[in-house]
Design a protein around this ligand. Structure first.
Ligand SMILES: Cc1cc2nc3c(=O)[nH]c(=O)nc-3n(C[C@H](O)[C@H](O)[C@H](O)COP(=O)(O)OP(=O)(O)OC[C@H]3O[C@@H](n4cnc5c(N)ncnc54)[C@H](O)[C@@H]3O)c2cc1C
Length: 390
């Protein structure tokens, strides 16, 4: 018997029990769409959903993404009441830091887009920043943007809550069950093969495999633009609380926040070979560069111990936008991936649009900007979301 049950026919098989797969299952189950199975070869939180920094921001460059993020913030505010789990969502703000004039121009774009959506983003002069980040070295800080309603949450209880909620709603979640192949008849998906378990029939297959979504799509015979990139992150020993916002520096991708328990959690961009083939180790190089960057900006941290370091995959796309929609090349195969370093903060709203694809509902997302076919379109805008950080 396969883990979780021996039913072999479902209306939908969702590959990936991360925040995207589970939230999508939640919306579908609520709409009475089923039976649903969620398949994950790992444990709960095995993917990026259990490895991220918990940042939730609404500072973006395109109106569509700002709207998704805004709707998601509202959903996370309701999350505790709706699911009965405290995800420790704290709206302590998000501070983007620019170090030169060019980066300030980038922040100007974000500022204009976010203002146009009616959110209270502020531009900060260098001398205003220490009030938000006590002890910050102002040398090299040219200015920033700040949105008070952005914040951080604790990812694990969000995953646990959704896992329990969807199972209560009748969704089967089979952990330890890898999807090894995608079954098709002509240009229509008919199911998946799993290990353990063998063949499962499904009218719809949702590719919510995070950093492995490209691997899965290719297994279904589809060439896709997604690229997995490994990102490292660490947590320090706890300090007395002094920091409210998530801080993100554009130059090197340094980001950090302070948890309720006082640890500093953050990372910075260190390039590793693309793809999932090298697994998710950590590197001395990251520890060195991160320590240097963090203590350089915040000398008050001094000789601070690192409690834990880990890494996970971003699922990157060439334009920095997620991929949401049914494949025209393989009917019934729905892409729900490409969330880069932002899947958690967009999940509640994005997963509603993913569910809408299966439910046959109209979506407000333009397929030319979010659909799987967009990379083949001529004259497409390649970089609508340029800030691929925290
Ligand atoms: C270091 C780091 C920091 C981040 N910081 C933030 C942040 O501050 N804010 C934010 O919003 N986002 C952040 N992210 C990104 C965010 O974590 C992801 O975008 C999000 O979790 C993606 O969720 P997902 O459900 O699509 O994928 P995942 O959580 O990766 O889940 C995919 C699941 O699919 C399963 N799977 C894959 N292939 C198969 C297969 N063939 N068969 C069965 N199962 C399979 C995997 O086991 C995995 O559990 C960060 C990511 C990393 C790595």
């Amino acid at each position: 018997m396969s883990p979780g049950g021996d039913r072999r026919e479902f209306r939908v098989a969702i590959v990936g029990a991360g925040i995207i797969g589970l939230f999508t299952a939640h919306h579908l189950a609520r709409a009475g769409f089923g039976p649903i199975v969620v398949l994950d070869r790992g444990f709960l939180s095995n993917g990026a959903s259990g490895r991220n920094g918990g940042g939730v921001r609404q500072q973006w460059e395109t109106p569509e993404t700002i709207r998704l993020a805004r709707e998601s913030v509202a959903a996370y505010r309701r999350f505790g009441a709706e699911f009965g789990y405290n995800i420790w969502f704290r709206q302590g703000g998000y501070l983007f830091l620019a170090t030169d004039a060019l980066e300030l121009q980038g922040l100007d774009r974000i500022y204009a887009a976010v203002r146009a959506e009616g959110l209270g983003i502020r531009k900060l002069a260098p001398e205003e920043i220490p009030a938000l980040v006590p002890g910050i070295r102002s040398e090299g800080v040219a200015g920033g943007t700040y949105l008070r309603q952005d914040g951080t949450l604790y990812p694990f209880p969000a995953i646990w809550a959704l896992y329990e909620s969807v199972r209560r709603a009748g969704v089967e979640v089979r952990l330890g069950t890898g999807v090894t192949g995608v079954l098709r008849s002509g240009d229509r998906v008919t199911g998946v093969t799993t290990d353990p378990g063998g063949e499962l029939r499904a009218e719809w297959v949702v590719n919510a495999a995070g950093g492995w979504s490209g691997d899965l799509a290719r297994r279904a015979g589809l060439e896709v633009a997604n690229v997995a990139t490994r990102h490292e992150i660490l947590a320090t020993e706890p300090l007395k609380r002094f920091l409210d916002p998530m801080v993100v520096r554009l130059r090197d991708g340094l980001y950090f926040s302070q948890t309720m328990r006082g640890e500093i959690v953050g990372g910075l961009t260190v390039r590793h070979p693309p793809g999932t083939g090298h697994g998710v180790p950590t590197s001395i190089r990251f520890l060195r560069e991160m320590s240097r960057a963090l203590t350089g900006l915040l000398p008050r941290l001094g000789p601070l111990g690192i409690l834990r370091a880990w890494s996970g995959f971003y699922d990157d796309t060439p334009d920095g936008l997620p991929v949401i929609g049914e494949e025209e090349r393989l009917r019934g195969f729905v892409e729900a991936n490409g969330f880069g370093g932002h899947g958690f903060m967009l999940a509640p709203a994005a997963s509603r649009r993913i569910a809408a694809v299966l439910l046959g509902e109209r979506s407000d997302l333009d397929p030319a900007r979010f659909g799987p076919g967009r990379f083949a379109l001529p004259g497409r805008d390649h970089a609508p979301e340029r800030v691929q950080l925290g």
